[in-house]
Design a protein around this ligand. Sequence first.
Ligand code: NCD
Length: 303
Amino acid sequence: MRHLMSPLDFTTQELDRLFDLAGDIERNKAKYAHACDGRILATCFYEPSTRTRLSFESAMTRLGGSVIGFSDAGSSSAAKGESVSDTIRVISCYADICAMRHPKEGAPMVAMEHSLIPVINAGDGGHQHPTQTLTDLLTIRSLKGALGGFTIGLCGDLKFGRTVHSLIHALVRYTDIRFVFISPEELRVPDYITEMLKGKNIPYEEVTSLEDVMPSLDLLYMTRVQKERFFNEEDYIRLKDFYILDTAKMELAKPDMLVLHPLPRVNEISVEVDKDPRAAYFKQVQYGVYVRMALILTLLELA
Ligand code: NCD
């Protein structure tokens, strides 16, 4: 039985197969409409989320399956003091596959160890968010044609942003990628990540000015400042509007640079950018459903 805890749980060849399947789902939706008839997905979300949870629900429903679950810890037995390991043992009797989000890093891993059904990490604290990474990789592969051979700028909260951490880990397995980390001093990417890049001889730079690096980027991955992971409100308020991508900044970019964002957006991309053909963040949402459909089929061994 396979689970998904980290994007590295799949080899790059396995990811290629997953993305090919997602592509086939996109082109032949009717073919997959009953692929999960009679199967149940449990969404166990101990931390608020609309998009990821609904993306999973949409994916399972589009495959003909059904969905059960809870959307915050308060409405689950966690509020009564039940452990994640007990919850998953119970869920294993109710569902065929489980997507779990938890504010504590490693909680989905604990669930996996006690589970009788495949568990998908749908985001654990500031740690990893593998299905967002699969979404990001599929978006890049579909819109850029290849994974590799580009300069990617990651901008915003690189310290707490789990989507950033997951994406960097996944991208280092491809060739000819240069990273540009754009953040305020306080929100720089963690040292363990820069150490990992140094160890692998992967080129990266850390800057604070988005304008300066804009012309060199092939992809720009914008992120929100992660309010819920701040220890004090003052720091959040000081940093939250540090970067705002607007049309003036987009004019500095290459004509085919793509803008990605895991969403939700707060202020970091001005709505005027939405009309720019290079804005790819809503397409990214659509790829997120296809890749979750492909993942569910793969983990349930139905593909
Ligand atoms: C991200 C997350 O939850 O980490 N959202 C998402 O799943 N698309 C990004 C964020 O919350 O900023």
